[in-house]
Design a protein around this ligand. Structure first.
Ligand code: COA
Length: 321
């Protein structure tokens, strides 16, 4: 028994923030942002939008694409680092908005790897027979934890959501998932304000993402290279068997480095970072849905999805679409 992706969806808020606009906010240039990260613009949630509102729209699209109704969903998990509230969790807010009652609904906090973690968990519930229609979402409003005076981070992040519906199948679907974490790197990428631990001083500033970009970059390239190798080896596959790489969209240069290690040409890599920036846990399901809807990813294609983020956490999924 496998779990198979029956439908995908994504949603981004209407407001687009361009590099030209950022030039007016911080000391940066469009040229610097494009050449260092590949990002041209990002979408920013409206004041009345939250992570759950973006997740709900992505979920509706994935449910429609799967040809089911919200009432069929029997398991709901959201990967997010920017939950609406401490509790109730984002999963239950999405669940209620979709008119679903009673099934398990929760969120997973694993930074940019949140969707891969959530997918791996949902896969276990579907393949064990406990769930027939699992809704797996990655959703973020990173703009709410961005220090808009810090040019080294504010140019990188954006808001959005992506979702998939998993169903049981005798045909291949999620073939394997590989999850990892190593807390020793916590100081390289973190948002210091929490619930039981609160920073002193300027809360708006302290609440925001802190990152040693350079160090994160080097470790991301190394770690993602290792996890894609691990995934191929675990399945006795050569990289040539892969049809698509669906990477976490943090930085075009990190993605290029991973593709190079895999020996994959960039034509086989789904890239959305230029338009959406880094949307953390939302980026993999967003990229997946973009490529499914524009016809690049087709039924039967073999995909390798990967992500890396704060913690550090990282992971991958080998998927027969
Ligand atoms: N505009 C202009 N200059 C900027 C800038 C900006 N927005 N942000 C930083 N700089 C400057 C720095 O101050 C530094 O100046 P200095 O040499 O005078 O000190 C210079 O640009 C180079 O900075 P550096 O951090 O070494 O650049 P980089 O090539 O490593 O690129 C990142 C910076 C952030 C784009 C890159 O490190 C990165 O993408 N890291 C990983 C981020 C990531 O993936 N995070 C999430 C993981 S999921």
């Amino acid at each position: 028994m496998y779990s198979r992706i029956a439908g995908t969806g994504h949603y981004v808020p209407e407001r687009i923030l361009t590099n030209a606009e950022l030039e007016k906010i911080v000391d940066t240039t469009d040229e610097w942002i494009r050449s260092r990260s590949g990002i041209e613009q990002r979408h920013i949630a409206a004041d009345d939008q939250t992570t759950a509102s973006l997740a709900i729209e992505a979920a509706k699209r994935a449910i429609e694409a799967a040809g089911i109704t919200p009432g069929d969903i029997d398991f709901l998990v959201v990967g997010t680092t920017t939950p609406d509230l401490v509790f109730p969790n984002v999963g239950t807010i999405v669940q209620e908005a979709l008119g679903i009652h009673g099934c398990a609904a929760f969120s997973v906090e694993a930074a940019c790897s949140g969707f891969i973690y959530a997918l791996s968990i949902a896969d276990k519930f579907v393949t064990s027979g406990e769930s027939k229609n699992a809704l797996v979402i990655g959703a973020e409003t990173l703009s709410r934890i961005t220090d808009w005076t810090d040019r080294s981070t504010c140019v990188l992040f954006g808001d959005g959501a992506g979702a998939v519906v998993l169903q049981p199948s005798t045909e291949q679907g999620i073939i394997s998932t590989h999850l990892h974490a190593d807390g020793q790197y916590k100081d390289l990428l973190y948002a210091p304000a929490g619930v039981s631990k609160r920073p002193q001083g300027d809360l708006n500033k302290e609440f925001a993402i802190h990152m040693q970009g350079n160090e994160v970059f080097k470790l991301a390239v190394k770690t993602l290279g290792a996890v894609v190798k691990e995934t191929l080896e675990a399945n006795s596959l050569d990289h040539e068997a892969l049809d698509w790489l669906v990477p976490h969209q943090a930085n075009k240069r990190i993605i290029e480095a991973t593709a190079k290690r895999l020996g994959m040409p960039m034509e086989k890599v789904i890239l959305t970072v230029a338009k959406y920036g880094n949307t953390s846990a939302a980026s993999v399901p967003m990229a997946l849905d973009v490529a499914v809807r524009d016809g690049r990813i087709k039924r039967g294609d073999l995909l390798l999805a990967e992500a890396f983020g704060g913690g550090f956490t990282w992971g991958s999924a080998l998927i027969r679409f």
